[in-house]
Design a protein around this ligand. Sequence first.
Ligand SMILES: C[S@@+](CC[C@H](N)C(=O)[O-])C[C@H]1O[C@@H](n2cnc3c(N)ncnc32)[C@H](O)[C@@H]1O
Length: 189
Amino acid sequence: MSGFALDWEARYREGSARWERPGLNPAFVAWRADGTLVPCRILVPGAGRSAEPLALVEAGFEVTVVDAAESAVGVQRARGIGDVVQADLLAWQPERPFDAIYDQTCLCALPPGVLPEYAQRLARWLRPGGTLFVLFMQTGREGGPPFHCDMDAMRRLFAAPLWHWPDTLPALIPHPAGLFEQPAALRRK
Ligand SMILES: C[S@@+](CC[C@H](N)C(=O)[O-])C[C@H]1O[C@@H](n2cnc3c(N)ncnc32)[C@H](O)[C@@H]1O
């Protein structure tokens, strides 16, 4: 387990979880409503204590949650999420690929230096034709977490021929911490 990942447990214990939303992410709600995100086998990396895994289970998805923080994993297990794994995402490997991945403030929580490695992992964790539902945090400032996800850099990170981007991206979603998230549903070719 990387020391960076372990740091998150301290944040949960201190109660300084400013990244948390009071409810479901509006981007998640919109993807569910417009039929982009339909029941399938889905991974939620770095799910923390977020509400989306339970909403997915209740909607009939087969959900796997992976998080390094013991508290977060405990919360998701207590909610009855079936497959909850405590692991470092930069070391973990699933037995078989998923149909979809929902990444909400996990990518932007990782140090920028590991993003190429993380992006490769996301590609490996998805079956061809699967979809990465991701919220790219827009902070417009140096440092983090959350780290700013420059959209040109994200397009280079998730580039053709492996990834397909839609012609237009959904509108920015305000985050309670005063930031904005850029939703994107990227298809793994
Ligand atoms: C900013 S929080 C977001 C939590 C959740 N997605 C949400 O929206 O509330 C980042 C989460 O990623 C987890 N995390 C960070 N680095 C990780 C790593 N290397 N392996 C596994 N989990 C990690 C942390 O424990 C934390 O729960």
